[in-house]
Design a protein around this ligand. Structure first.
Ligand SMILES: NC(=O)c1ccc[n+]([C@@H]2O[C@H](COP(=O)([O-])OP(=O)(O)OC[C@H]3O[C@@H](n4cnc5c(N)ncnc54)[C@H](O)[C@@H]3O)[C@@H](O)[C@H]2O)c1
Length: 266
């Protein structure tokens, strides 16, 4: 079996849980060295260790060389934390040529229609989702400019594309901002060997959306708006992420890839 990411070193933010963990695990399975970056350092360490031991077990079973996971504690909303994480990795000879800016929050119970959003909820959401993505991408670009380029992928959302986020003014605003940031960054560095793309998952059952998945009525309502008729799983987006991390996607930049069960085509 030929692994697709054996020449890649990837950093995935929010890799301790949900979609980020599934992406990081898929990259390790494809032979990459993967930095599990999360503000929850203990959970990132546990996830990285589990992926490394799974890869070693399957490598010895089929003779292929597996990847490995390492962990770093990183709060994407804090520039000192992001800078320190990249510097510590660099000092260890771990230089990412793939960065997935994936970490994010959705403040159920606080985020709402815009007239009902407090400034505190707005600032917390923007500080993590939009400023955190900015800081991740900024330091990823700096590192890639010094090290021969790479592929940056951001996790967007249907709420940044259409009216799906009417009840979540702060969250959907940050996701629209991320989609624009990706296009601007892709154009700015298109001649520097840096590609930047967005992946838009649909409704995906992770801890982020437990307020919906735990409530039968809300779950049925959102699933009824998915043409393929079921909620997404984190595994549903790993294929596009592996493609964008690999050189198979060398002609793709500035694009939005929706993997949402058809939701945004409705
Ligand atoms: N679940 C969905 O339905 C869905 C749909 C579309 C897009 N998304 C996006 O996918 C991404 C991942 O979401 P998920 O569903 O896997 O959520 P999740 O809650 O399962 O995981 C989010 C991870 O991000 C980490 N994190 C949060 N704030 C952080 C910070 N400041 N610094 C570093 N790490 C931080 C958390 O510790 C957690 O490990 C988010 O950007 C989310 O907006 C999710």
């Amino acid at each position: 079996m030929t692994l697709r990411l054996t020449t890649k070193t990837a950093l995935v933010t929010g890799a301790a849980s949900g979609i980020g963990r599934a992406i990081a695990d898929a990259f390790v399975r494809e032979g990459a060295t993967v930095v599990y970056a999360d503000r929850d350092g203990a959970a990132a360490l546990e996830a990285a260790a589990a992926a490394t031991s799974d890869a070693a077990a399957s490598a010895s079973a089929d003779g292929a060389s597996g990847g490995r996971g390492v962990a770093v504690t990183m709060d994407i909303s804090d520039e000192a934390s992001v800078e320190a994480a990249f510097a510590a990795l660099d000092a260890d000879g771990v230089v990412p040529n793939v960065v997935v800016a994936n970490a994010g929050v959705q403040l159920f119970g606080h985020d709402a229609k815009i007239a009902d959003v407090s400034l505190e909820t707005w600032n917390r959401t923007v500080g993590i989702n939009l400023t955190g993505t900015f800081l991740t991408v900024k330091h990823a670009v700096r590192s890639m400019l010094a090290n021969g380029g790479g592929s940056i992928i951001a996790t967007g959302s249907p709420t940044g594309l259409n009216g799906e986020g009417s009840e979540f003014a702060a969250y959907s605003s940050t996701k629209g901002g991320i989609h624009s940031m990706v296009r601007a960054t892709a154009m700015a560095y298109s001649r520097d060997g840096i590609r930047v793309n967005t992946v838009v998952p649909g409704y995906t059952e992770t801890p982020l959306v437990s307020a919906i998945s735990g409530d039968a009525e809300s779950r049925a309502a959102i699933t009824s708006r998915v043409p393929l008729g079921r909620p997404g799983t984190p595994a549903d987006v790993t294929g596009i992420m592996v493609y964008l991390a690999s050189d198979e996607s060398s002609y793709a930049t500035g694009a939005i890839f929706t993997v949402d069960g058809g939701m945004t085509s409705l």
